[in-house]
Design a protein around this ligand. Structure first.
Ligand SMILES: Cc1ncc(COP(=O)(O)O)c(C=O)c1O
Length: 485
């Protein structure tokens, strides 16, 4: 295929050249109706390219196959059989993939380190999860992705499972042994879904962790906005093999999607594919070399420790995306939350993720030595700053984190509920999900029996400034539970 083509960008350029006059949405009419102050901040170009996908970018019959051609090029670029663009993030794509594999009441093996969008998928569909447990690292206080053996055992115990879902890379950049997990699934004749939201760039450089399609996954979803150069919400799902019906996948996405996709998102994904095919190897190679140097510089700073080898040691994660730089702040005597807040407030530097003892600096091919010098220098300043001792977070024993699923997430979400003070929530069945964000992995799911240990963890986390945006009461003074009957 001709990867110099960019069907969406070409169609947009033609739309502009022809000077179309739209008597159709969007109502701002190429920005004419937008308030000056809005246009000044956003720039006029944003409005110029915000056009209808059908009836402006392409004609009403989509006879130029603009989107289809862009998707075909994307699939070809990454070695998938089919690719579908979504403008509702991997949050939508992952739900579509789940609906393409399982029906309500059917069983799916799901890594318990799944993102909250997977839980939303379970709640919407009524799919019955069988949790595959991540491996808890007592030293790092971090969960490594579940092993292939854990998936194998789960299939042995639940031969009725219709497929499996794994998250890789994790929001920390750690990766599962996807090849082995795919083999386990296929030995049982079942499809593997990979939530690869953090892995859009993986197909384009050999020194990055294995990309799901190369590992024989059946479907994977990627967020182009995370590690690629798409706009926020741009996502693609990729498909191969014959275990998943492409029509069912497309129809599932159609059920969940907007009817007004943002063409800006399509255009950026299409252009990014062309850029990666042309220059991805070189750009990502430079980014990896830069990340290597940045890791070394940060590691020299007193109190800050770059965590790398420990993440891929035996029994830990299978691989690591080295563009994700995990920095442990424990020895500096501060929490990751404090470090992130200080960097933002005092040095105007934002990091991707923070938790009770680390921050994550996420590099992409867009980063330059000037940008990373500023990061390293800000971190150096942080190590010379005296901050108050952090509020300590009560870290539960792994078994306290592993809550028992006593009702389906869907049943609990739609059951009669009551709100109880959090001190009284132990042993009750949760009716809501409670997710520290980032990383977005729910600690409590609807249908799980809440433990005292988890409550202690979340309450002490809140005191240490953990953010829990999805809880009905984000202050976590109360929690919604299934009503006693
Ligand atoms: C592992 C994982 N899956 C899915 C998502 C959802 O992706 P999006 O933000 O593109 O909807 C995220 C977002 O952070 C994620 O970390």
């Amino acid at each position: 295929m001709d990867h110099d083509e960019s069907p969406v960008l070409d169609a947009l350029a033609e739309y502009h050249d022809r000077g179309y006059l739209d008597f159709a949405p969007p109502g701002h009419k190429q920005g004419l109706g937008a308030d000056d102050a809005v246009r000044r901040v956003l720039g006029p170009e944003v409005f110029h390219s915000d056009v209808l996908a059908t009836g402006a970018l392409d004609d009403r019959r989509s006879s130029n196959r603009v989107l289809e051609r862009a998707q075909e090029l994307m699939a070809d670029a990454v070695g998938a059989q089919q690719a579908f663009f979504s403008t509702c993030g991997s949050s939508l794509s992952v739900k579509s993939a789940m609906m393409a594999v399982a029906a309500p009441g059917e069983t799916m093996l799901v890594g318990r380190d799944a993102h909250k969008s997977v839980i939303a998928g379970l709640t919407l569909t009524g799919i019955q999860p069988v949790w595959v447990r991540p491996r808890w690292d007592r030293e790092l206080h971090l969960a490594h992705p579940p092993s292939p053996e854990a998936y194998d055992e789960a299939f042995a115990e639940h031969p009725e499972a219709v497929g499996a879902l794994v998250t890789s890379p994790s929001p920390y950049g750690t990766c599962s042994d996807l090849k082995s997990i795919a083999r386990v699934c296929h030995d049982h004749g079942k499809p593997l879904i990979v939530d690869e939201a953090w892995g859009a760039h993986l197909p384009f450089h050999d020194d990055l962790p294995t990309w799901a399609m190369d590992a024989d996954a059946d479907v994977c979803v990627v967020s182009v906005h995370k590690m690629g150069a798409g706009f926020e919400q741009g996502s693609v799902f990729h498909l191969q093999g014959d275990l998943i019906d492409p029509v069912r996948l497309k129809q599932s996405a159609d059920l969940l999607s907007t009817t007004s996709p943002n063409v800006l998102l399509y255009a950026a994904m299409d252009g990014w594919r062309r850029q990666m095919v042309r220059d991805g190897r070189e750009l990502l190679g430079s980014a990896l070399r830069l990340a290597h140097a940045v890791r070394a510089s940060i590691d020299e700073l007193p109190g800050l420790r770059v965590i790398e080898k420990q993440l891929v040691a035996k029994e830990a994660s299978h691989d690591l995306d080295r563009l994700q730089i995990m920095i442990d702040t424990l020895d500096a005597g501060i929490s990751g939350y404090q470090a992130a807040d200080w960097l933002r407030e005092e040095r105007a530097v934002n990091v991707g993720l923070s938790d009770h003892r680390r921050i994550l600096a996420q590099l992409t091919f867009a980063d330059t030595p000037e940008r990373t010098d500023r990061l390293v220098s800000a971190l150096g300043d942080l190590t010379r700053t005296s901050l108050p001792a952090p509020s300590s977070v009560v870290l539960p024993e792994p078994r306290d984190l592993e809550l028992e699923q006593v009702m389906l997430p869907r049943e609990a979400f739609f059951a009669a509920q009551e709100t109880v003070p959090v001190e009284e929530a132990a042993d009750r069945i949760a009716a809501e999900q409670v997710t520290p964000y980032p990383p977005g992995i729910p600690v409590i799911l609807p249908g799980e029996r809440i433990s005292a240990g988890v409550i202690d963890y979340l309450r002490s986390g809140k005191t240490a400034t953990m953010v829990i945006p999805d809880a009905a009461d984000p202050s976590l003074k109360s929690i919604r539970v299934v009503a006693d009957t």
